[in-house]
Ligand binder design. Structure first.
Ligand SMILES: [Zn+2]
Ligand SMILES: [Zn+2]
Length: 267
């Protein structure tokens, strides 16, 4: 039986707490056969590249500047990303990058400045992904139409785009799928109030689905209140299988093949 892949997680906290091996062991025990650790700022790229080199059969990595980490120094960070991509082992994707309206400064002017910076950084990431021939991991919070517009403008290949931690609804997922893009889903699927997100999953169906924890955030039911980790992907997977009306082994096979193809991971 195919194992599962946590296609979007952040391992840094487990390294800091000296728990990485224990966390990855628990992931294996839970039936995972791989994780993709997602870079969010210059401080985690080298760490993730090293972890992935040491555990190449289980861990892959990406590098990007999270929209919430885009500040006045973003141009230097993106220049550093360019250098990072040009030297050493290539990441599996560029990102996460995108737009986040949920964590903007309260004042109108500050918010506009922050959002303009996020968009400029997002565009620069798309250019880097294009130049390096890599797929793109998009973070979109309250900014779906704008993220779509930026990617449409760029001419980037939608087949190589994932909107991770999808939290919009069926109409939005249809927009992505129509273009060739896809959504990936987190533990939000297990939340009682998230019927709209489950509808989005139903709309997309299993064919291009990827699953993720986005750990240490967004812990699925029944572990809410605890720190999320890759092993908990199984709770999200169980709900996804139920929502889609497919058997879990079948869903594991499809989602794992999709994650391997999308991120270019070896079998
Ligand atoms: Zn994100
Ligand atoms: Zn993330």
């Amino acid at each position: 039986m195919a194992g599962w892949i946590d296609s979007h997680t952040h391992l840094e906290i487990f390294v800091r707490k000296n728990e990485l091996d224990a966390v990855l062991d628990r992931a294996r025990e839970a039936g995972l056969e791989g994780v993709v650790t997602i870079g969010t700022r210059p401080g985690d790229w080298d760490l993730y590249r090293r972890i992935a080199a040491e555990r190449a059969s289980f861990v892959a990595f990406t590098a990007g500047l999270h929209p919430c980490d885009v500040d006045e120094g973003w141009e230097a960070a993106v220049a550093e990303l360019k250098r990072f991509l040009e030297s050493g082992a290539a990441p599996a994707a560029v990102g996460e990058t995108g737009l986040d309206r949920f964590h903007l400064p309260a004042d109108e002017e500050g918010a506009a400045t922050a959002l303009a910076r996020q968009e400029a950084s997002f565009r620069a990431h798309i250019d880097l992904a294009t130049a390096r021939g890599l797929p793109l991991v998009v973070h979109s919070r309250g900014a779906f139409a704008d993220c779509v517009r930026v990617i449409d403008d760029s001419g980037f290949d939608w087949e190589r785009v994932v909107f991770h931690c999808f939290a919009d609804g069926p109409d939005e997922v249809r927009e992505l799928n129509r273009r060739g893009g896809r959504a990936s889903f987190t533990g939000i699927l297990t939340y009682k109030s998230a019927e709209n997100v489950r509808d989005a999953l139903r709309e997309q169906g299993p064919e291009r689905l990827m699953l993720e924890t986005d750990a240490p955030y967004l812990t699925p039911v029944p572990h809410r209140g605890k720190r999320n980790e890759p092993a908990y992907l199984r709770h999200t997977a169980a709900v996804a299988a139920e929502v889609l009306g497919v058997e879990e082994p079948h869903l594991a096979e499809i989602t794992t093949a999709n994650a391997r193809r999308f991120y270019g991971l070896a079998e």
